[in-house]
Write a protein that binds this ligand. Structure first.
Ligand SMILES: Cc1ncc(C[n+]2csc(CCOP(=O)(O)OP(=O)(O)O)c2C)c(N)n1
Length: 669
């Protein structure tokens, strides 16, 4: 039976949130007021967490998908003893505080995922649940359950209106992720008013159709009903669970409960007073925490600490029996690479003939997969085209958690969010893949990966009009530029098979940012390391002199190119030499890394004052950031066309003749 202290604790959560928003004069009080009981039930009675060791690997994961309700999360973190003192709650949404307007991973201890863009959190949680199942399969042994935790989510009407949540939930149902449990804060209010305006389907029936176990709780304040439903959800191990809890936004507020006005603005001083009176709470002081409530939250944390200590003992016993596995587990969770991870990284030679960089990428991935067991991922139903299938490792499926190929289905948006979830969880180097054009379908999670400093890899193939016949719907034009403008992202577009191997070296060794690879469908000559010894070191610096100008007088012109266009530049260089123009060819697989090199290096590669021609089969936007405003570009300012790839390239200006023409313009001949 719930009692006095339960109610006191729930109201503490409510009023801390109300006071935070009121003091900041900004934020979202309504969701925390309605969802406080379910959050309390979860944190007090189920969630395994230890505020003294927020990164304990076998902790349960909790994701507040409705990130706008973060005052609730901050109150929970504070009350249970995470490093989030009351002074931080009082600085909600202020410059430099650890209580930002929406939860930010890495900023606030206990925040497992950056949320706020609706639909992302619940989709991240699907990735976390996949992570748990995969690690459990890999590391648990009879009598040794060292990976055994749940992923809990609180999501809102808005979350479940979002397409990405549907994609991810559909996949979660298919995969039967039994340790994923979503609490749905069904207050039936969003910003414009009632969900009657735009969201009238039977959400429970939809989730049941996805293959979820679905329960509903009619009264969001019925702690025992919520508790019973959570218990039941945990007993269902073959399917993810959703508990739709009928709540009231702004619960307790005499004039704002069930109103959209409770969603995203402070209640106002008078309404705060009336609400406190209505729920029998002291009007003053704000940020009041009754001793009994504080003690209750501390008890929950103390239970978590015991659980963690128990786990530590179990892990030591595991280490005794399985020392190698224990080391590997710690290595993976710690994000360290195995020794000699790159020992089998392939080297390509001119004897390999012409190789599409997508094919080279597939070879590289398969070559490192053995030594890098944390490499796991897949494609949006395009593995035969993106070449990302890990041949020896099967599919991760409902009945086999050992697979390392994730079949995301045609769900690019969820793929991005799930890959992020794997990274948030830890223990993986996760990847996704699709055509570069469809990066548009993945932009939201890529942006969040960049913001959250997640190490994820996305393999984008069919990276230019050179992909050919599928035509302008499938030919990326603005995509490289559009991805490069996202801060903290690396876009790597290698020029051949060997640059692809080095691009993967970057992808594997980066720690705190997403790496996006842009690979070709069409075949390209191999840049033999014998002829191009600078290639290896060069790729790691973002751009480098691939082929210098003949003669001792320095270059007359520098042609900078990326990916497939590097070969055009090389051919142009040869032809220009015949007319006495000495061109230097710079291969620039990663502009961001090049931008980070010391000025002296950059000036060595592209000497100031030397005319510069930049060649890339895409919009030229962004090149001036790295090479100044003087660059003459060979790019695209229109959509592509359906034709064989080499025809499309030539017709749209990617011919040696056109490059030479532009060189002549640049040098003033
Ligand atoms: C992708 C995305 N679109 C729009 C918003 C702006 N937004 C914030 S909350 C919200 C809807 C509020 O409804 P709900 O999610 O049910 O939250 P509640 O009203 O219960 O607090 C919207 C549209 C957002 N955060 N993310």
């Amino acid at each position: 039976m719930s009692g006095h202290v339960d109610e006191l604790s729930i109201n503490t959560l409510r009023f801390l949130a109300v006071d935070m928003v009121q003091k900041a004069n900004s934020g979202h009080p309504g969701m925390p007021m309605g969802a406080a009981p379910m959050a309390y039930a979860l944190w007090d009675r189920f969630l395994r967490f230890d505020p003294n060791d927020p990164e304990w690997p076998d902790r349960d994961r909790f994701v507040l998908s409705a990130g706008h309700g973060c005052a609730l999360l901050y109150a929970l973190l504070h009350l249970t003893g995470y490093e989030l003192p009351m002074s931080e709650l009082e600085r909600f949404r202020q410059w430099g505080s650890r209580t930002p307007g929406h939860p930010e991973y890495r900023l606030t201890p206990g925040v497992e995922a950056t949320t706020g863009p609706l639909g992302q959190g619940i989709s991240n949680a699907v990735g976390m649940a996949i992570a748990e199942a995969s690690l459990a399969d890999r590391f648990n042994r009879p009598g040794h359950q060292i990976v055994d935790h749940h992923t809990y989510v609180i999501c809102s009407d808005g979350d479940l209106m979002e397409g990405v949540a549907s994609e991810a939930a559909s996949l979660a149902g298919h995969l039967g992720l039994g340790k994923l449990i979503a609490l749905y804060d069904q207050n039936q209010i969003s910003i414009e008013g009632s969900t009657e305006n735009a969201f009238t389907e039977d959400v429970g029936a939809r989730f049941a159709a996805y293959g979820w176990h679905v329960q509903s709780v009619e009264d969001g304040n019925d702690l025992e009903a919520i508790t019973a439903a959570l218990g039941m959800a945990r007993d269902v191990t073959d399917r993810p669970s959703m508990i739709a809890v009928r709540t009231h936004i702004g619960y307790g507020s005499p004039n704002k409960q069930d109103e959209a006005s409770a969603h995203g603005e402070p209640l106002g001083t008078e309404e705060v007073r009336l609400t406190k009176l209505a729920l029998d709470w002291p009007v003053e002081p704000p940020f009041h925490v009754p001793e009994e409530a504080r003690a209750r939250f501390h008890d929950a944390a103390a239970r978590g600490a015991d659980e963690r200590a128990g786990w530590q003992q179990r892990f030591e016993a595991y280490r005794e029996e399985y020392p190698e596995q224990a080391d590997e587990f710690e290595r993976r969770i710690g994000g360290q690479l195995p020794d000699a991870w790159d020992a089998d990284l392939p080297v390509f030679t001119s004897e390999d003939g012409s190789v599409a960089t997508r094919d080279a990428g597939g070879k590289v991935m398969n070559a490192i997969a053995d030594r890098v067991p944390e490499l796991i991922g897949g494609s949006g139903d395009l593995a035969p085209s993106t070449k990302t299938w890990l041949k020896d490792y099967g599919a991760f499926g409902p009945d086999d958690r050992s697979g390392r190929n994730l079949q995301f289905g045609v769900r690019e948006h969820a793929m991005g969010a799930i890959v992020n979830g794997l990274a948030y969880h830890g223990g993986f180097l996760p990847f996704g893949s699709t055509f570069l054009t469809f990066s548009d379908y993945m932009r939201p999670p890529i942006r969040l990966a960049a913001l959250s400093e997640l190490h994820v890899v996305i393999v984008f193939t069919h990276d230019s009009i050179g992909m050919g016949e599928d035509g302008p719907t499938h030919q990326p034009i603005e995509h490289l530029a559009a991805l490069r403008v996202i801060p903290n992202v690396l876009v790597v577009r290698p020029a051949d098979a060997n640059e692809t191997a080095e691009a993967w070296r970057i992808a594997v060794t980066e720690r705190n940012r997403p790496v996006l690879l842009a690979l070709t469908r069409q075949k390209l000559p191999v840049l033999d390391l014998g002829s191009y010894p600078a290639l290896r070191e060069g790729v790691s610096r973002g751009a480098y002199v691939l082929a210098d100008a003949e003669g001792s007088g320095g270059p007359d012109v520098a042609i900078v190119a990326t990916g497939s266009e590097v070969h055009l530049a090389l051919d142009a260089r040869t032809r220009l030499a015949e007319e006495g123009l000495h061109a230097r060819v710079v291969s620039a697989p990663c502009l961001e890394i090049f931008g980070e090199q010391p000025g002296s290096y950059r000036d060595d590669v592209v000497p100031p004052g030397v005319p510069l021609v930049a060649v890339e089969a895409g919009v030229p936007t962004g090149w001036t950031t790295y090479f100044g405003t003087g660059a003459v570009t060979v790019g695209l300012d229109r959509f592509g066309a359906s034709a064989p790839g080499d025809t499309a390239m030539k017709e749209l200006g990617f011919s040696v003749e056109h490059v030479i023409e532009r060189v002549h313009e640049a040098v003033g001949r």
